[in-house]
Write a protein that binds this ligand. Sequence first.
Ligand code: GAP
Length: 478
Amino acid sequence: MNKIDSVVNLCARRRVIYPSSELYGSPAGFYNYGPLGAQLKRNVENSWWQRFVRNREDVAGMDGCVLTPRKVWEASGHLAAFNDPLVECKKCKFRERADHLIKQELGAEVEGESLEALRELVKKHSLKCPKCKGELAIGEPFNLMFKTHAGATADESSEAYLRPETAQLIFTDYKTLALAARLQPPFGIAQLGKAFRNEIAPRQFVFRCREFTQYELEYFYNDECPFEIRDGEVLALTAEDEAAKREAKLTKISTLPASKWMQYWLGEYLDWLRGLGLRDLRVRQHVKKELSHYSSDTWDVEFLYAEWGWKELLGIAERGTFDIDSHAKASGKDLSLCDGLGKKFVPRVIEPSGGIDRLLFAILTQAFNEKEEKSEKKTVLSLEASIAPTLACVFPLVKKDGIAEKAREAFGLLKGLAVEYDESGSIGKRYARADEAGTPFCVTVDYQTLEDGTVTLRARDTAKQERVKITELREKIG
Ligand code: GAP
């Protein structure tokens, strides 16, 4: 079994991440998080919030609505432009994203090409339906937003959409939020929450789903004022640069981004991702046809997802004044700010934006290792201790002779840390269970504990064991 399949299997078996509504056939593109997954997700989300919101004086957080009125998406351009090209078989009605189908059939990267160009390719290569060999037709673009109505009337005035990005909720309110948080440019407003896209063909596990969690930061700056990048080391791209040049046909990565803010945010995010345990990373600039309708320059941070190859983990987009201008025009409100001299200006925006779900899958893939022990395959998830769902498991070697009571005592001393107690099965099985869940430490209480108050502390990645005083455990693992 290849690595990706092994990780997906582990996720399903241990209920880390698994298809939603299994009892009723699991509609594509929806996933639930079980006990380990929910905790891992929360830890990664907290790590982002801590680093990019709590620890920064220039960023404030917000938490906006998921369901939002039509006008927001009309103004943002999503109603008109948030589309994917759809191809349909005239015979069996099979539907697929046109650029994906063409890539699959011809091996050519055609994402971002116009409908006309895609139609031309289908015609030129006489592409047929992969299911029934029927004739293919590329029709109107398919809008990815989920639509509903808020209220008892079902007309255009009550039309509402599940947000396809969290960002718009920041743009509509940015001026009052900045005032409330007493922020002056350059400043950021950050949000972490659910986003929804009716993907034509959700695939590759949580990489492309219909409901997912985004972490987005809109950073507002005044182009006309000279600015400093505070504690900002400028990013050195050399290692990723070389890898990118070798691997990606689309890349134009041989130069640093022109914008200092782009360099700065790439550096910040790469540093954060490395801290989460990711090593196989590179950055890649979008070519023109890949750019979203609101962006003039975008750089992706990509991760090497084992057999899938390099894929987008997050993107940093220069959105300029597009969103604020659009909402000011549509609402008729003045959304400009005043600089120190009383002169009005519309700030430019740079946006680091990523999805938690595909980040978690990257973390799990990077952390996944298999080792052979006594001709048995064992899985070890080498998660960073800072995000592991459980920091340590406490085991009594046996349940009798007061050992379980002593183990409970040790467990009690670790209260407040992410610690679990486990007394079922052989000690080997318990170690294996903990390794597979990515638990960095196991603490075993045995007969010697009763004599000298020490326990065995075992480290997951090296399987090395040392004797440690119960009273020193907390300091050792915390
Ligand atoms: N506000 C900008 C924005 O939404 P995007 O590139 O469309 O930009 C940002 O999405 C990030 O959200 C992506 O880098 C990816 O990590 C995540 N994402 C987008 N679509 C997704 C999907 N269908 N499933 C899971 N994650 C997705």
